[in-house]
Design a binder for this molecule. Structure first.
Ligand SMILES: *Cc1c(COP(=O)(O)O)cnc(C)c1O
Length: 342
């Protein structure tokens, strides 16, 4: 094996670990051979369903090096459950949760020596694609499918210290379509890419687009959105229009535990403008954890949130999340799955 770069010096997701797990379903349930295999290219037909009709879903979760040196996966079963739901939404073959659980644990165990120390972590990418070779299957589910789990050692999302993000509020172009709002599928990223790049082309300070179709603030292309002050956090109530982040759920449970009130409800742009005078805003997601929002650009106006710097409540929740992930705090909610190395 050639020497790999330090994950703290290269872009997120650009290094891949030596081992992966795969399972295929051919007109029946997924079959997993029960052990990892060396990372390598896949072989699929040019007529594979995924290449023509977009039958691709994925998950994103992390394993963290614990304060005692061991490795634990964060909220494994919540991610497995979401992937099971995503598969059924794309009419891909049903995933047995215990099989996917085992494939993830086995991959991480095989790659355990590649898990960086905090603030780095091991990013875990389970993926499911329709492989059935039939370009006539536009209106049929894929007849066969491949489920695989690859890992990537990642550094700190915020290189050189935590930095407040700048978001552009987008009220006309939607992020996705109603039937895919809560599904973690590749197609959603294809849809959000154009509007996000267009926003960035107009203003190089913009980090992400905050989607607020018809004045209903939901999320960015890959993170959920929160308002916070000293007493409460506010985030969009769950429905099928947006992705139900596992980090969103973790933040809600940690905030309640710390004594914050949690309001899950609609948020409109005018409330965000008012809130900016006295409160904080942040994003939540597996990649960045809790990420402070410093500025929102809304119909040409630049709105500074609070002081424009990371607020104390945002930083407190960010620390609580990190402590839960790395074993610096007790596992109050039973979120960590320990992984032995092989
Ligand atoms: C993955 C994802 C999120 C964040 O979900 P987590 O489970 O917290 O990582 C938010 N929005 C979209 C569209 C996503 O795909």
């Amino acid at each position: 094996m050639t020497e790999k770069p330090d994950p703290f010096t290269v872009p997120f997701g650009s290094i891949l670990c030596d081992w992966m797990t795969t399972a295929s379903a051919e007109e029946g349930p997924f079959v997993y051979r029960g052990s990892p295999e060396p990372f390598g290219d896949l072989s699929i037909s040019p007529a594979a369903h995924v290449l023509h009709y977009g039958s691709a879903i994925f998950e994103g979760l992390k394993a963290h090096r614990q304060v005692d040196g061991s490795v634990a996966i964060f909220r494994l079963d919540s991610h497995v459950a979401r992937m099971v739901t995503s598969a059924s939404r794309l009419r891909l073959p049903e995933i047995d949760p215990s099989l996917l659980h085992q494939m993830i644990v086995d991959a991480v165990a095989a790659n355990a020596d590649e898990v960086p120390d905090p603030p780095g972590s091991l990013y875990i990418r389970p993926t499911l694609i329709g492989t059935g070779a039939d370009i006539g299957a536009a209106a049929h589910p894929a007849s066969s499918a491949l489920l695989f789990v690859v890992n990537s050692p990642v550094g700190d999302y915020f290189k050189g210290g935590i930095r407040p993000l700048t978001l552009q509020l987008e009220t006309s172009t939607p992020r996705t379509v109603p039937q895919f709002g809560m599904v973690k599928c590749g197609a959603n990223y294809a849809m959000a890419l154009g509007p996000t790049l267009d926003a960035m082309a107009g203003n190089e300070a913009i980090d992400q687009v905050l989607f607020a179709t018809e004045g209903d603030i939901t999320e960015t292309g890959a993170s959920n959105f929160f308002l916070a002050d000293d007493e409460r956090i506010v985030t969009r109530h769950l429905d099928e229009s947006f992705l139900h982040g596992v980090t969103r759920d973790s933040v809600i449970q940690l905030a309640r535990h710390l004594g914050y009130e949690v309001e899950e409800r609609s948020i409109d742009p005018e409330e965000l403008v008012d809130w900016s005078e006295r409160g904080e805003a942040f994003l939540s997601g597996t990649a960045a954890g809790v990420a402070p929002v410093g500025t929102v650009i809304y119909s040409g106006k630049t709105i500074t949130i609070g002081t424009g710097q990371p607020g104390p409540n945002t930083l407190r929740l960010r620390q609580a999340l990190t402590d839960a992930q790395t074993g610096a705090a007790p596992d109050t909610f039973v979120w960590r799955t320990p992984v032995g190395s092989q």
